[in-house]
Design a protein around this ligand. Sequence first.
Ligand SMILES: C[S@@+](CC[C@H](N)C(=O)[O-])C[C@H]1O[C@@H](n2cnc3c(N)ncnc32)[C@H](O)[C@@H]1O
Length: 272
Amino acid sequence: MLLRFCIMVMGKFPFIRRLLIKKMYDNLAGRIQADDWRFMNFGYAYTEEKGSSVQLEAQDQQDQYCFQLYEQLLRQVAITPASSVLEVGSGRGGGAFLTHKYFKPDTTTGLDISDEAVKLCNRIYATPGLNYVQGDACALPFPDNSFDVVINIESSHGYPCFKTFLAEVKRVLKPGGHLLLADFRASEDWQRWQEEWNAGGMEKINAHDILPNVRLAMEFEQDRKENLIQSHVPARYQHFVRNFAGMRNSLVYNRFHNGEKVYWNFVMQKPA
Ligand SMILES: C[S@@+](CC[C@H](N)C(=O)[O-])C[C@H]1O[C@@H](n2cnc3c(N)ncnc32)[C@H](O)[C@@H]1O
């Protein structure tokens, strides 16, 4: 009931949405400092014959599905040792960290609105060439033409300003640079989302419905997530976090299974 009310308020008042989202992620990162909880996405499982292009080391394999949401996009563009990569909405930092480790760009920057998440990431992942900064997706604190690739994974659904975000990404990308985005929307917002993309001034290189892959990963991830929740989340928050994590029969899980949500990925290019 409370959750439905919050979702309704967030939809109607963008300023309150930004505030509540920041508060929620600050709380999650501040209260759960565990370094074995590195992602906050629903994951991606390959359904075709082809699998991941990256062979993860043993200590990273528990994050296989969460990282595949990144990998299935990153493999579509060229990342070289000279590349500069920005992740907007880097959360608990695992995506930027594994991108830096396995795709080996020159620099990787994770940006998040949550100060607590940024503090956590800079404590856990002290790696040359990788850093995390606090900032807002709708006012990126970087000069024009700074990055070759911008990644955005399961973050943009919370922005009160998707059009401004696209304009900001276009500004900070170098000419010819790419935006890689994977995210969900309410099914009834699908048309508006397309119009926002079309007005964004970037070329659509690829766009795919990946809901089947995400739903499959949700199934594969149930036990691992339940273990994480039981080990790290205080009992009074477990119901909330189970919903947030898309555990079976939660409100969020059901929305992904009864047609209320769409989930797509996009590869966009700034004109050269
Ligand atoms: C669901 S988490 C996903 C994190 C990460 N991409 C992953 O896959 O694990 C969404 C993240 O987006 C961040 N976020 C939400 N609104 C933001 C904004 N306006 N600017 C920057 N980050 C934002 C949140 O703080 C949160 O860490």
